[in-house]
Write a protein that binds this ligand. Structure first.
Ligand code: BTN
Length: 324
């Protein structure tokens, strides 16, 4: 590990408390001046590190730069085995994670970026991902799953993310089938699951779960202004909130993926679903078909009833709520 990261790891482990420079130098077998130089470098990278004469260095609670070191201390259980790879700026964590998965990256590889220049959403849409205002994360899975159960991945992720946001903000989170999370009527998060098929066994070669959460994004582009929102209007400064959120999402996800096929999470999904019982439009090609959303079935499909009384279980596609 690079010296800068080793120092950061020690500071993270002692977040809010001072760490003696001489002690750190001894522990890492380097000179005090090497420690000092790297601290300066970290400070110029934007880390909130204070030097206190005769006491050492302190990583302030307000420091909210995502790093593997800032997330790891909060990972629990099997999530501790996730391999975290945090990058400053990438085109899209999903695009990159798919490349890594195709090159053999193992299950549990987590790619996080502070910024995405070409963040992607469903239906070929883009996902606005400005620098350090959101959580943009992709997790590689190698699931033993029948293809017809693949919708379980996105929907259980939606519950995992909803619970994480609820825990950190105290706000209720609603799910719009299949992958959109809403707080206070605004979309604050989206999930894009992409998979590669293993033709020989009809299963999945790998799946990449991409999660985007607007943590404190403001100034959305005009086309998103009325639809998109953030989970905080102002980020709390007394804790590393984005790191805590990332860890909570990963802790929930690791549990969710372990229990995917028992489907118990579907009850949680339905409780948060704001489509069930609503009059909606089902968008098919250029057509908007009026229907009523009846239920989410045990394969996480949306069961709808059209105006002629016929029913369909949708496993993909786009729906929108009809104004009364
Ligand atoms: C949607 O709203 O339709 C889904 C949005 C998914 C966005 C996340 S951000 C991390 C990952 N990388 C991407 O390019 N997209 C997903």
């Amino acid at each position: 590990m690079e010296l800068k990261h080793q120092i950061l790891k020690i500071l993270e482990e002692n977040r809010g408390n001072s760490v003696n420079g001489t002690k750190m130098a001894k522990e890492l077998y380097v000179t005090r001046s090497a420690i000092w130089k790297n601290i300066k470098q970290l400070q110029s990278d934007g880390y909130h590190i204070e030097g206190i004469p005769n006491r050492g260095y302190i990583l302030l609670e307000s420091n909210d730069i995502l790093t593997a070191e800032s997330i790891s201390p909060y990972l629990l259980g099997k999530a501790k085995n996730f391999k975290l790879d945090v990058r400053k700026s990438v085109s899209s964590t999903n695009t990159l994670a798919k490349e890594l998965a195709a090159d053999g990256a193992s299950e549990g590889y987590v790619l996080i970026a502070l910024e995405q220049t070409e963040g992607r959403g469903r239906m070929g849409r883009s996902f606005y991902s400005p620098d350090s205002t959101g959580l943009y994360l992709s997790l590689i899975l190698r699931p033993q799953l029948n293809l017809e159960d693949s919708l379980l991945i996105t929907t259980s992720t939606a519950v995992a993310v909803a619970k994480a946001i609820e825990k950190l903000t105290g706000n209720d989170v609603y799910i719009k089938w299949v992958n959109d999370l809403f707080v206070g009527g605004k979309k604050v998060s989206g999930i894009l699951t992409e998979a590669s098929l293993n033709i020989e066994n009809g299963g999945l070669e790998y799946a990449v779960i991409g999660i985007g959460i607007n943590v404190s994004t403001k100034n959305f582009p005009d086309n998103l202004k009325s639809i998109a929102g953030s989970i905080f209007s102002k980020k709390p400064e007394d804790k590393p909130i984005t790191s805590l959120l990332a860890a909570e999402v990963l802790n929930n996800l690791s549990q969710a993926m372990d229990n995917l096929t028992d489907r118990t999470y579907l009850e949680e999904y339905k409780k948060r679903s704001f489509l069930i019982g609503k009059e909606i439009y089902v968008l098919k090609g250029n057509e908007s078909l009026p229907a009523k959303a009846l239920d989410i079935d045990d394969r996480a499909r949306l069961v709808v009833e059209y105006q002629n009384g016929s029913r369909e279980a949708l496993s993909s596609g786009e729906v929108s709520v009809r104004a009364k």
